[in-house]
Ligand binder design. Structure first.
Ligand code: FEO
Ligand code: CA
Ligand code: CA
Ligand code: CA
Length: 512
C-alpha cells in the first residue's frame, strides 16, 4: 500500500503553497503526531531527547511498520534554549556538559497505537543516548592510533551529527558535520571529529565506530550501495562552500550472510573525489599525493611543497585532511554538497548542492550523476542538473532528499533562518518539503508537501518500509529569537510549554 496516494493534482496529494505561519502545515488529508521533542524523557533511566533533531532512520522491530527503533541525530545546541550564553566567550564546565549531552543521537522506540497515533515507548529496553560525552568510541581504519589523531584509538563522543544513512547490515551511519565549533567550545581534540560514525541501534554493547577510511571532512550524510562486483560503495557530501563529492569503495565484498560483520568493509578501501570536468573519480591516497608532490615545480595552494612533504607521509595524514588533499589531486569544488541518495530504480545518484553565495548560486540545485555502465563502482561518470532552486521551481536551498517507491524525489529545504522571508527569499515563505514526481502530469515539478514553523528547517525525512508513515525532524524553530520572553516561535505549541522545541513528527494520511 502506498500511503501518500490521495489522487489529487499529482496523483498523490493537493500541494500547499508557501506560508510564514508558525505551524507545520500539511496537505489536506494528512496529520502529524509529535513523537519526541527536546527534553522529553526517552527511557526508564531518565535520559532525555537532545536538541536540534536532524537525520532520522526507522528500524522495524520484527519487521513491523508500526513499531520500531528510530535513531535521531542531534546536530547542535542553542545558547538561548539549552546552555545559556557563554560568559566572555567561554562556557562553564556545566554548560559544556549540557552542550555535549544534547548533541549526538537518540535511539527511541516508537509505535503506532490503535487510534493510529505515533508515540514514543519510554519503557523500551533499547532507548538510549549517544552523546558528545559517550566514552570509548573506537577509531577504525588508517587514522586509528596514528600521529595524525595524536595517537588516539578511542575518542570521547560524537557531535555535530547532521544527516546519515542506513547500512546494508541494519546499523546506521551518523555524520559529523560542523564539528569545529563544538570541539573548540568544549576544548576537545579537533582531529577526533569530522568522521562517519557507525552505531548499532539494537545493541548498546556493540562498539560505536568512527570509520576513518571514509575521510574526515564536514560530512553531511552517506548513501550506501553495491558495485557490480559486490563491493560496498558509500557516497558522501562535504557541506562546505567549494567542497568535493566523495565515494568510498570497499576492498572486500559484501556478504549478506555475514550480517553485521560486514562493518569491517568500512575499514579498508579507497576514497575517491569527483573530478567533474573529466567525469572521473580520483583516488584520494598518499600514493597519488606523493606522485603529485614529486612533480617538478609543483606548488600547493597553501604553504610550500616542503611543508606538504613533511605533513603528508601516510594515508592517516591524507584522511585527516581529506579536503585539502582531494582538491590538490583534482577534485572539483562544488556548491555545498549536502545530502546524496542513490535512485532505487536506475542506480543514478542525486546530490543536493544546497547553495553557495560566494559565487551567486543563491537557490542551489540538485545534480544527477550517472555512473558508467550504471556501476556504482565505476571510475567514470557523467552528470546533469536535475532541478534548480529558484522562483520557477518554487524551492530554494535543497538539503535532505529521499526517494519513495514510485521513484519520486522528496526534498526538504534549508534557507537559513536569518535570510528567510526577506529579499530574494521572500517568495518562498518558510522552509518546506517538496516532492518531484518521476511520472504523471506533474513530472519534474516541485510540489510543496509541508511548510515548517517559524525559523525552522525540516530535516531527516524517512519513510517506514510500507510508506504509510513519514518521519520528519523539525529543527531549530524560533532560532531567531533574541529575547527568551518573546520567542519568534512556540512550536510545537504544547500546553504549558515556555519555549519552542525541536521535535520529530510522524506524518500519516487520515485514510490509512
Ligand atoms: Fe547540517 Fe549540511 O546541514
Ligand atoms: Ca541543518
Ligand atoms: Ca543537512
Ligand atoms: Ca543545510
Amino acid at each position: 500500500m502506498f500511503g501518500f496516494k490521495t489522487n489529487k493534482v499529482s496523483g498523490y496529494f493537493e500541494p500547499i503553497g508557501p506560508s510564514t505561519e508558525d505551524k507545520l502545515i500539511l496537505p489536506a488529508g494528512f496529520k502529524y503526531d509529535v513523537v519526541a521533542a527536546y527534553g522529553d524523557v526517552i527511557n526508564q533511566k531518565g535520559d532525555t531527547f537532545g536538541y536540534n533533531n536532524d537525520f532520522t532512520v526507522y528500524f522495524p522491530i520484527d519487521g513491523s511498520n508500526e513499531r520500531g527503533l528510530l535513531w535521531v541525530n542531534h546536530e547542535y545546541t542553542s545558547e538561548l534554549w539549552v546552555t545559556g550564553e557563554p560568559k566572555d566567550g567561554k562556557f562553564t564546565p556545566a554548560q559544556i556538559e549540557k552542550l555535549l549531552y544534547n548533541q549526538g543521537g537518540s535511539v527511541i522506540e516508537v509505535y503506532r497505537d490503535e487510534d493510529g497515533v505515533w508515540k514514543m515507548d519510554t519503557k523500551s529496553k533499547y532507548a538510549r543516548r549517544v552523546t558528545g560525552l559517550t566514552k570509548g568510541i573506537q577509531l577504525t581504519g588508517p587514522a586509528a592510533g596514528s600521529k595524525a589523531v595524536n595517537g588516539a584509538k578511542t575518542v570521547q563522543g560524537t557531535f555535530a551529527n547532521c544527516s546519515g544513512g542506513m547500512t546494508l547490515w541494519n546499523t546506521l551511519l551518523t555524520c559529523e558535520e560542523n564539528y569545529e565549533t563544538t570541539a573548540g567550545d568544549a576544548g576537545l581534540d579537533v582531529t577526533h571529529y569530522g568522521w562517519v560514525v557507525e552505531v548499532d541501534p539494537f545493541d548498546d554493547k556493540a562498539p560505536i565506530k568512527k570509520h576513518t577510511a571514509l575521510g574526515r571532512f564536514n560530512h553531511e550524510n552517506t548513501a550506501m550501495g553495491l558495485s557490480k562486483d559486490g563491493r560496498v560503495v558509500v557516497y558522501m557530501g562535504d557541506d562546505k562552500k567549494d567542497a568535493g563529492v566523495y565515494k568510498f569503495v570497499s576492498k572486500g565484498k559484501y556478504d549478506p550472510a555475514a550480517g553485521k560483520a560486514n562493518s569491517k568493509l568500512l575499514e579498508d578501501g579507497t576514497l575517491y573525489v569527483a573530478n567533474m570536468k573529466a567525469g572521473k573519480w580520483v583516488a584520494v591516497t598518499i600514493e597519488a599525493l606523493k606522485a603529485v608532490m614529486e612533480k617538478e615545480g609543483w606548488k600547493p595552494s597553501k604553504g610550500t611543497a616542503e611543508e606538504w612533504k613533511k605533513k603528508y607521509v601516510s594515508q592517516a595524514d591524507v584522511v585527516v585532511n581529506t579536503h585539502e588533499v582531494a582538491m590538490a589531486l583534482g577534485g572539483t569544488p562544488t556548491d555545498r554538497p549536502e545530502d546524496i541518495e542513490i535512485s532505487p530504480f536506475d542506480n543514478t545518484f542525486f546530490v543536493c548542492h544546497t547553495n553557495n553565495d560566494s559565487h551567486g548560486n543563491i537557490h542551489g540545485h540538485i545534480t544527477r550523476y550517472m555512473e558508467k555502465d550504471n556501476d556504482l563502482g565505476a571510475m567514470e561518470f557523467d552528470f546533469e542538473i536535475f532541478a534548480a532552486g529558484g522562483r520557477q521551481s518554487g524551492f530554494s536551498a535543497p538539503d535532505n532528499i529521499t526517494f519513495d517507491s514510485n521513484g519520486d524525489l522528496w526534498t526538504v529545504t534549508d534557507m537559513s533562518s536569518g535570510s528567510m522571508n526577506k529579499g530574494v527569499f521572500a517568495a518562498f515563505g518558510n522552509n518546506g518539503v517538496f516532492v518531484i514526481p518521476s511520472s504523471g502530469p506533474s513530472k519534474g515539478e516541485a510540489l510543496q508537501f509541508a511548510s515548517a514553523p517559524k525559523d525552522a528547517e525540516l530535516t531527516g525525512p524517512w519513510f517506514t518500509p510500507d510508506e504509510r508513515t513519514l518521519f520528519l525532524a523539525v529543527q531549530h524553530p524560533g532560532e531567531n529569537t533574541e529575547d527568551a520572553a518573546k520567542p519568534t516561535s512556540m512550536w510545537p505549541h504544547r500546553k504549558g510549554d515556555d519555549q519552542p522545541r525541536p521535535a520529530v513528527v510522524a506524518i500519516s494520511g487520515f485514510k490509512f
